[in-house]
Design a protein around this ligand. Structure first.
Ligand code: ADP
Ligand code: MG
Length: 238
């Protein structure tokens, strides 16, 4: 197996374990503004994805990503299955030529684009997009503008996602089940944004582990709200 492929399989296993550990937490968040299935949906999907990834014979990262995406599409269900899974299948092609800073940015951007296409949500709609958008923009900016090593760019992306999750609390849901609640969705943290953050945290942990370094400190205490444009409004500590 390629080094990258082995890291990808390890990352999927780590995500599955984390999501299983957070199952009740995610379900609790979804019971406040949804139908209390996000923890179960995600735990079932990621457990199946980890198994499917483990069963691959000598895969590269693109193949792992595609397999995980397909499995999530068929196993997660709900609104989030096609968003997480379908977008991953599509973005996986960006990794076919191998994983480096450039293809990682392309992967992240394509994934976000697909989530936006499929779900039609944007920042401020109280969905996973609120965590994903600032994470992807920050990752891209950290690599292309600030010239940071990918692992540090990923740590910045995790920070940005964490701020994005916090940002979902005081706003009103405009997409997905939570939007049926209208103003009553205000004051609740979005489950899909939260699971997106957990996935990114595990990717960071596995990447750091593979590089043999400590995961760079993440620090989401900066009060910045998610950036719409990666070239503007960077937080002071970026
Ligand atoms: P369901 O809402 O069908 O029960 P889940 O509970 O698994 O599905 O997932 C809910 C999450 O999906 C929400 O917290 C939100 O982050 C995300 N979501 C729902 N609709 C959309 C959408 N149109 N665009 C982006 N994300 C969405
Ligand atoms: Mg739900």
């Amino acid at each position: 197996m390629t080094e990258d492929g082995a890291a990808a399989v390890a990352a999927v296993a780590a995500v599955a374990e984390r999501i299983e550990a957070e199952r009740d937490h995610l379900t609790e968040l979804d019971s406040a503004i949804g139908d209390a299935d996000h923890g179960g949906n995600m735990a079932r999907g990621w457990a199946a994805a980890a198994e499917a990834a483990r069963d691959l014979d000598d895969p590269d990262t693109g193949t792992v990503a595609k397999t995980v995406g397909k499995t999530l599409m068929s196993e997660v269900g709900g609104a989030s299955g096609p968003l997480f899974g379908g977008s991953l299948v599509f973005a996986a092609a960006e990794l076919d030529g191998g994983v480096d800073a450039e293809t990682a940015v392309a992967f992240a951007e394509t994934y976000l684009e697909k989530v936006e296409d499929r779900g039609d949500a944007r920042v401020g709609d109280q969905t996973m997009v609120d965590a994903l958008t600032p994470a992807v923009h920050t990752f891209k900016k950290s690599i292309e503008t600030d010239d940071l090593p990918p692992i540090e760019a990923l740590a910045k992306a995790v920070d940005a996602a964490e701020r994005g999750v916090a940002f979902t609390v005081p706003i009103r849901a405009r997409k997905g089940r939570a939007s049926y609640l209208g103003w009553r969705s205000v004051g609740h943290q979005d489950p899909g944004a939260t699971s997106t953050l957990f996935i990114l945290e595990e990717l960071l942990a596995v990447a750091a582990d593979r590089l043999g370094v400590d995961a760079p400190e993440t620090d989401a205490t900066s009060p910045t709200i998610p950036d719409e444009d990666p070239d503007e409004g960077a937080s002071e500590d970026d």
